[in-house]
Design a protein around this ligand. Structure first.
Ligand code: HEM
Length: 323
């Protein structure tokens, strides 16, 4: 009798575990918004590997493109959602997002074009440009020794790309409250905002993005590092300053630089200066695994910002033009 009761309880537990696992796995497979991990499995089974090989080839030639591809995904998602709107070229009637001052230093469009061309050859009209950008960013992070993660796919491409919309990108002059508010508007917590800022472990900023910090004495800027920044700027507004000592490697050096008051942008350094986010920066600087975990979760979430599905969008034939 007691044995039977134990067996029944054990079976009931196993059943509820199974149901829970199905719910979790189901949510994982299909995502909350209709995006799916296996979206192209039948319609374009080599989509993932075509993008990955294209990205790997491009990064072998020019490792600095990893940063560019990650930034491109961010700038795509924050304006009009992750819908490939950043890729659209201006026309005589429309100045597109990519021609706004905040986007002029974006690069890597030719990597997306290259992947798209091969995908159109293999499975015409199936793989969206928005998905290519999301996959390319993910592959660039892995290539740079960052976390490996899977992303759901099925984003459609948007039909709007207007320079005036880019006013909604965060500025490098933002303080912590402004950063929290800009990311909060898109559903991100302060912790997710700090994790995503960790993308600045890759790449460079040009002098024009930080030179305003050099004119006044700044107690939150290390005096030796201020000299480094000034030296960079002596070569002009377009001179590039790596965000950390390992600009092509995805690691937590960026957060360690912030602790040493050696953040490049004002919006980087404030994350450590203000009590609200200081401990998060400290945590990521001390524990790279924690940063990687939070970063990949936040990137998957970023890739779902205002995605277009069904007839709300299209699959562009050429990523630079609406159909
Ligand atoms: C928190 C708010 C953010 C601000 C204010 C900001 C601002 C900037 C600025 C001003 C630059 C340098 C541009 C230049 O001088 O040419 C830059 C570069 C970069 N940003 Fe951000 N960013 C932010 C968040 C992010 C996020 C969330 C990501 C990605 C998830 C990201 C990825 C990058 C990368 C990888 C670069 C280097 C690009 C390259 O080397 O080509 N940023 N960012």
């Amino acid at each position: 009798m007691v044995l039977n009761l134990v067996k029944m309880i054990t079976m009931a537990n196993m059943l509820s575990m199974f149901i829970l696992m199905e719910v979790v796995a189901g949510g994982f497979r299909f995502g909350v918004d209709g995006l799916r991990m296996d979206y192209y499995i039948m319609s374009c089974p080599f989509a993932e590997s075509i993008v990955k090989n294209t990205v790997n080839r491009a990064l072998q030639d020019d490792p600095t493109l990893a940063a560019a591809l990650v930034r491109m995904h961010f700038h795509d998602c924050f304006i009009e959602g992750c819908d490939g709107s950043i890729l659209i070229d201006s026309t005589k009637d429309n100045t597109a997002e990519k021609d706004s001052p905040g986007n002029l230093s974006l690069r890597g469009y030719e990597v997306i074009d290259d992947a798209k061309e091969q995908l159109e050859d293999q499975c015409p009209g199936i793989v969206s440009c928005a998905d290519i950008v999301a996959m390319a960013a993910r592959d660039a992070i892995f290539w740079s020794e960052g976390p490996v993660y899977d992303i759901p796919k099925g984003r459609k491409d948007g039909r709007r790309s207007k320079i005036e919309d880019t006013i909604n990108l965060p500025f490098p002059t933002f303080n912590t409250s402004e950063l929290i508010s800009a990311f909060g508007k898109r559903g991100f917590t302060a912790q997710e905002m700090v994790a995503l800022s960790g993308a600045h472990t890759l790449g460079v900023a040009r002098c024009s993005s930080f030179k305003n910090r050099l004119s006044n004495a700044d107690a939150n800027l290390d005096s030796e590092f201020a000299k480094t920044l000034s030296k960079t700027c002596s070569a002009g507004d377009n001179a590039e300053q790596p965000f950390d000592a390992t600009q092509n490697t995805f690691d937590n050096f960026y957060f360690n630089a912030l602790i040493r008051k050696s953040g490049v942008l004002f919006s980087d350094q404030v994350l450590y200066t203000t009590p609200r986010t200081r401990n998060i920066v400290y945590g990521y600087a001390m524990n790279q695994a924690m940063f990687f975990f939070d970063f990949q979760q936040a990137m998957v979430k970023m890739g779902k910002v205002d995605v277009k599905e069904g007839s709300n969008g299209e699959v562009r034939q050429n990523c630079r033009k609406i159909n």
